[in-house]
Design a protein around this ligand. Sequence first.
Ligand code: SAM
Length: 320
Amino acid sequence: MELPLRLRQAVDRALNGRRPADLAATAAALSQRYREERRDGRLHVASDEDALAYLAVRLPATYAAVRASFAAIKQARPDFAPKTALDIGAGPGTALWAAADCWPDLADALLVEASPVFRTCGEALAREASVPHIAWRIVDVAADTIDCPPRDLVTLAYALNELAPEVRQPVLRRLWQATADTLVIVEPGTPAGWQRIVAARAQLIEAGAPVLAPCPHAHACPLEPPDWCHFAERVARSRLHRLAKEAELPWEDEKFSYVAFSRTPSSTSAARVIARARKGSGRVTLKLCRDDGSAREQLFSRRDGTLFKRAWRSDWGSAL
Ligand SMILES: C[S@@+](CC[C@H](N)C(=O)[O-])C[C@H]1O[C@@H](n2cnc3c(N)ncnc32)[C@H](O)[C@@H]1O
């Protein structure tokens, strides 16, 4: 997956003239903080340099994860066309761009962010976005309420992990209250990220929120450690991205976990593919999470006819 052209151009302009070696040093320190999931009272992105390093090495990957989660929602709810959006922990506006790409009718977005540095950087990028009305607010969602009427689409992407465990439940409660239709939570596709998604999912189901994706059921998650539910999206790396990461490959795979809830009833799929498909001659094995709340591998062969054809076309993340 690539960033939309206008976002790519805006990022290139923001990074213009930056030395790859400087970006690489800042990006390495930033990645270390993210990997350690450090919560020391400081925001990870605290300076212009941090924000630029994020644009160079993280934005393409978080964009790809959010956009892929939105694609699954669109598949489950083809009729959903959000006009209003609220994004919490917006960073440089990643979810805004992904939402505008997925739902071109989006007309009004409110982006909530604790870091003034990120807001300035995101505002500059968002001048190129096609959404007619975009507003930013500097709010610490752990401490303050988000005072706005419910919005069609509410997102919390790669931000739950930055909130202290004791504030996550009240924040999620407020986000569901602020959701007119669909709430999407995306986290890194690590065992710890998945645990946060599992906890958020259980809390919101308990509060009566209907699960839209990826789970085809509202039973407890059937996976148990060391297994965990996650997906992967291949992300194109620009030259500067590669240099800033000191990487060789022109792509990387971003692993992510997500869950979406919708107030609008919809028919969920019978199963979700939760690992890469294993294909051989005339046969394909899919690991499926099923609508009865179980998860297991299933072999499809040519004898399964139409089902085999659908299974053959499926891959990790597909609804079946
Ligand atoms: C890893 S970034 C993700 C940015 C963006 N959502 C993305 O997916 O690229 C996490 C964001 O959450 C913001 N954040 C962390 N704690 C917050 C809080 N208490 N209130 C508001 N924003 C917060 C950070 O400043 C940062 O911009």
